[in-house]
Ligand binder design. Structure first.
Ligand code: GAP
Length: 455
């Protein structure tokens, strides 16, 4: 990573902590490597992202339903899916520094003892690569032995496959249709890194879209378009997303075609989402191993077959990191006093912003201004996340909202109370984050105006 990109990333991580987006987990005890907590701003941002994904991928489509599977599942699921035997990364142990590294990353990871060198070429005595299973083991019940062993799920997808029949029968959907799920997944990553990009506990937003085998390739391309549009609609331009078709040699053996959607992070172009054509591999495996029918009967053609699957699988945390990276800017601006200063701003798409509107009385020690501002705050709260702030100069309050990406701020002043004549009575100043332009708007129109602009 270049120094410029490194410094940009450091600023983003620092802002994320300072303004309550993301904290290291268990920080007061020294943290836990690869695990993060979302603070008050982060949780709102993530919720907006997941809610919008759910709205676009499930609620607005006739051919989708949702589910919410348990994190713990019968171990047989992980045997049948292949995870127990093959969900592993080759890793290399170093006898000199006692470090353990992913074999595919040794060209980029600095040596812990000599950071000026990379692991691949440092003097450390390295062992041959060995496979390391990424699933976290746990035991169900009081005895910790092999009979009650299972795993924290490493992906949400398997719950969808094993519930395919239940969902099909209860939803009465016909092919093609999909099942969507958002939930936690756990992987004991060997080298968690790049902030929340590669973590040990993370959230996935996954779709398994079931279809007739003849439709698979065409639907894969349709899903690619669908997912690119989604990223645009949350504020990540198409020009920043790289579509990579995975070559035959790197694809899972059962996949006929796979696209990775990659984003230009400051630390490099890296995967955001995979869209894989998984054929009938998963349903067939579970059908064979459980002995239960997971096939489909087409009432019209009288054909019985195992559906094929397209799987758009995105990471909520990685997308959130892309949102932060895309939105962050340090801008040179002229202050109200005419001085040049740097404004730190998050240009979130308004529908993603954790706080939608800041509401300020011009002065905090004037009860009529404060009362009116609280009245506006209360009226907006059922529909929008609002931040009421009366501390400090107005310019400072705007800057604080810019830094967390609030798209609109409303100021109640003496004109609102009638001191500027009837035309301005019951109007407020509405300030827009990106242009910093201000306009007057009547309080009665405010709610509808904001809802239209934001969603
Ligand atoms: N069911 C398919 C599946 O899990 P994957 O490519 O391993 O596919 C899908 O994961 C997405 O989950 C990735 O594109 C990424 O966004 C996210 N993801 C995977 N591992 C992650 C990790 N360790 N930390 C954060 N996100 C991760």
């Amino acid at each position: 990573m270049s120094t410029e990109h490194e410094s940009r990333m450091e600023k983003i991580v620092s802002l994320a902590k300072r303004r309550g987006f993301i904290f290291p987990s268990s920080e007061i005890y020294g943290g836990l490597n690869g695990v993060w907590d979302y603070g008050p701003m982060g949780v709102e941002l993530k919720r907006n992202l997941k809610d919008f994904w759910w709205r676009r991928m499930v609620r607005e489509r006739e051919d989708m339903v949702g589910m919410d599977g348990a994190i713990l599942m019968n171990r047989s699921v992980w045997k049948a899916s292949g995870h127990e035997n093959t969900f592993s990364d080759p890793m290399i142990d170093c006898k000199t520094c006692k470090g353990r590294f992913r074999a595919d990353q040794i060209e980029s990871i600095p040596c812990p003892q000599k950071p000026s060198k990379i692991v691949a070429t440092c003097e450390g005595e390295k062992m041959d690569p060995r496979d390391f299973n990424l699933m976290f083991t746990t035991h169900v019940g009081p005895m910790a032995d092999d009979t009650n062993k299972t795993y924290l799920r490493p992906e949400t997808a398997q719950a969808i496959f094993v519930q395919f029949r239940n969902v099909l029968e209860t939803s009465r959907k016909k092919l093609p249709f999909g099942i969507a799920q958002i939930g936690k997944a756990f992987r004991n990553e060997i080298n968690p890194r790049n902030f929340i990009f590669r973590s040990r506990e993370f959230e996935q937003m996954e779709i398994e879209y079931f279809c007739h085998p003849t439709q698979g390739l065409e639907l894969l391309d349709r899903w690619l378009e669908e997912r690119l549009t989604f990223y645009e609609d949350i504020g990540i331009p198409r020009s920043k997303i790289h579509v990579k078709e995975i070559p035959d040699t790197e694809r899972a053996f059962y996949s006929l075609k796979t696209y990775d959607l990659e984003y230009e992070f400051p630390f490099g172009i890296q995967e955001l989402e995979g869209i894989a054509y998984r054929t009938d591999y998963d349903l067939r495996q579970h059908m064979t191993q459980s002995g239960k029918p997971l096939d489909y009967f087409d009432e019209v053609s009288k054909e019985k077959f195992i559906p094929h699957v397209i799987e758009p699988s995105a990471g909520a945390d990685r997308t959130l990191l892309a949102l932060l990276c895309e939105a962050f800017e340090e801008e040179e601006v002229t202050s109200e006093k005419g001085e040049q200063e740097v404004r730190s701003v998050l240009h979130f798409h308004p529908r993603m912003a954790p706080v939608k509107v800041g509401v300020f009385p011009l002065l905090k020690n004037k009860p009529p201004l404060v009362d009116k501002a609280h009245e506006i705050e209360r009226a907006l709260r059922p529909f929008l996340s609002v931040f009421y702030d009366e501390a400090g100069a107005i310019g400072r309050r705007y800057r604080r909202q810019d830094e967390i990406g609030t798209p609109y701020c409303v100021t109640v002043d003496f004109e609102t109370l009638g001191e500027g004549g009837p035309a301005l009575t019951n109007t407020v100043t509405l300030r827009e984050r990106d242009s910093m332009k201000q306009e007057r708007i009547s309080i009665s129109e405010l709610g509808e105006y904001l809802l239209k602009k934001i969603f």
